[in-house]
Structure formats: C-alpha cells, structure tokens
Design a protein around this ligand. Structure first.
Ligand code: CP
Length: 314
C-alpha cells in the first residue's frame, strides 16, 4: 500500500482488521526496529480531537517522532491548480510544499475536509491526491473530502471485537444535525462493510442518498424502523445531500436515535456527536454504546496503517 487515502487502497480489508487487532494485543511490546528512527508529520487543514491524538499515540507505540502543524492557521495558503499565475492569495504551490515536507518526514498524514460546494474538487480528493502526487513519501488520510479510512478500519475492528454471531446485521443510519457535514465517514464505512462478513443495510431519507458509486448494490431503505429490525450494530452519522451537492433539505421523518428504536443493537458513532440531536442521552450513556471503544481503536488502526506504509516504502 503506497498511500492510504481510500478503503479501496486496502489489498485485503479482512486481513487488515485481523492484523490491526493482533497489533492491539501486542500493545507496548511491539517491535520498533523498522519504525524507531522514522518521523511522522501531521498536517491539519481542519480541527480534530481523536485523529490527532490517536495518530500521535500510535506513533509513540512505534517509537516514532511526530511533527504536527495546523496548516490552515499557521501555514501558507496552498495552490493546487497547475499553470496558474499565483498573484492572488495563494502563497505556495502544493508541488513545493509536498516535496519539502517529504524531506522532513517518512509519512505525511493530512486532514482536508471537502468544500461541499465544489463537487468536482471534492470527488477527485484534490488536496490529498495532490500531496500524494508530489510527495516522495507515503500519504496517510486523516480524513479527506470523500473518505475517512482510519475511522472505518477502527469501526470494523470494533464490530469484530463485539460481534456475537458470525455474520452480524450492520445498519448505517443517517441522523439529523445542525450543520452541513461531509460524506467521508459514511462513505468509508459503507466501503469497508461491503468488504467484511456482514449483512449491510443503509437507511436515510430519500433526500440524503449517498454517492451511488459508493452505495453500489448495498441494500437501502428509507424506513429506519424496518432497517433496525434484528440489527446487531447500528452505525449512525449525519451527512449532507449528495445531489444536489452539500445541501441540508428538511426531513419530516424523525431519524434521531433513541434507545427504544435501537432495542438490543449496539450503537456506533465516530464522534464528535451532538447529544439529543443525533442520539438521545440514554443511547450514549447506555451499555450498548460502543463509541468510546471505537475511539480507542483509532490508535490501532493508525498504528497498522503507519506500519503498512513504512513497510511498502522500504
Ligand atoms: N472521529 C474523528 O475523526 O474524530 P476527530 O474529528 O475528533 O478527529
């Protein structure tokens, strides 16, 4: 794996889950020999709590040094178009930026959310793909415009740890929110679940259909109650509309998650979550919530990915 930007970069998604869980078991007894002299640089164009800290934690387990930059606040504004006359607000081209950072680090992690206004730029994953093109070291997505692969790997690990049947029913449900949010978490979760031994059902209001290329042949119902019947895991996330792009049309049906709706299903969410908007307190405070365990697994999904990238780059 040269870069990790999409779930589609995983050669064997089931093996990735098993290997990441095995690394989790090793904990502080991990072999550092390949990673101890390596440097990880994390560039954030957007805010984070879990991704920043869990990826730093993973690097600590691997004996690596870490450099973190909130590039949106303290870096130069970057140009991503080729052949432009840079006489406006962009001070540096990604060609130089990516090449320069590659000299300082062995892996570059980047968080760059979508614009949600420029669909073409978002779908081509402009920021991460440009860094991957011009960097001479591997690029690790810390959540891009269209995907959040480290989250989806952590989520698949969490399902593997908590499943009680060989082929669980996993539901992805849209839920309301007060802001206009990306599709990345939902996209990567769908792509990952399509590659695991689960029965996947997607439920969302018809206005919130995901990218058809991501949904593929996955089962979709606009009746949340029907989707939740017999579910083992309910993964909840808000996202904006895909068509028209980046809008938040009003929804009549109540998609907020309640304990009564969930019944015995395990509740999953990537966090951060708006309590009593996305899901009621009783869900998050109940024994069926896995949100803290998911966040814990972010350390080990990052650890797995950094090792894979460094191994491939050797
Ligand atoms: N789930 C997740 O990526 O959390 P942060 O946005 O806090 O990093």
């Amino acid at each position: 794996m040269k870069h990790f930007i999409s779930i589609k970069d995983l050669a064997d998604p089931k093996k990735a889950v098993q290997t990441a869980l095995a690394l989790k078991k090793q904990g502080s007894n991990l072999d550092h020999s390949m990673t101890a002299d390596k440097v990880l640089c994390l560039l954030f164009f957007n805010n984070s709590l879990r991704t920043r800290l869990s990826t730093e934690r993973a690097a600590m387990y691997l004996g690596m040094k870490v450099m973190v930059m909130q590039i949106s606040d303290t870096g130069w504004a970057l140009e991503f178009e080729d052949g432009v006359i840079m006489n406006a607000d962009k001070a540096e081209h990604v060609k130089e930026a990516a090449a320069v950072v590659s000299q300082y680090a062995d892996v570059i992690g980047i968080r760059a959310f979508p614009t949600l206004t420029d669909k073409e730029a978002d779908l081509e994953e402009r920021v991460l793909r440009a860094f991957a093109r011009y960097a001479t070291v591997p690029v690790l997505s810390l959540e891009g415009a269209t995907e959040h692969p480290l989250q989806a790997l952590a989520d698949a690990m969490t399902i593997e740890e908590h499943r009680t049947v060989s082929r669980p029913k996993v539901v992805l449900s849209w839920a309301p929110h007060v802001r206009t949010l990306p599709h990345a978490v939902a996209n990567s979760f769908v792509l990952m679940m399509q590659r695991q031994e689960v029965d996947l059902v997607l439920t969302y209001p018809k206005e919130y259909a995901l990218d058809p290329e991501v949904v593929g042949n996955s089962k979709v119902t606009h009746q949340q109650e029907e989707a939740f019947e017999g579910a083992d895991f309910v993964y909840v996330k808000n996202w904006s509309s895909f068509e028209p792009y980046g809008q938040t049309p009003k929804v009549i049906d109540d998609f907020t998650i309640t304990a009564a709706k969930l019944q015995a299903a395990k509740f999953m969410h990537c966090l951060p979550i708006r309590r009593n908007v996305v899901a009621e307190d009783a869900v998050l405070d109940g024994s069926n919530s896995l949100v803290i365990q998911q966040a814990n697994n972010r350390t080990y999904s990052a650890l797995w990915a950094i090792r894979e990238l460094l191994t491939a780059a050797k």
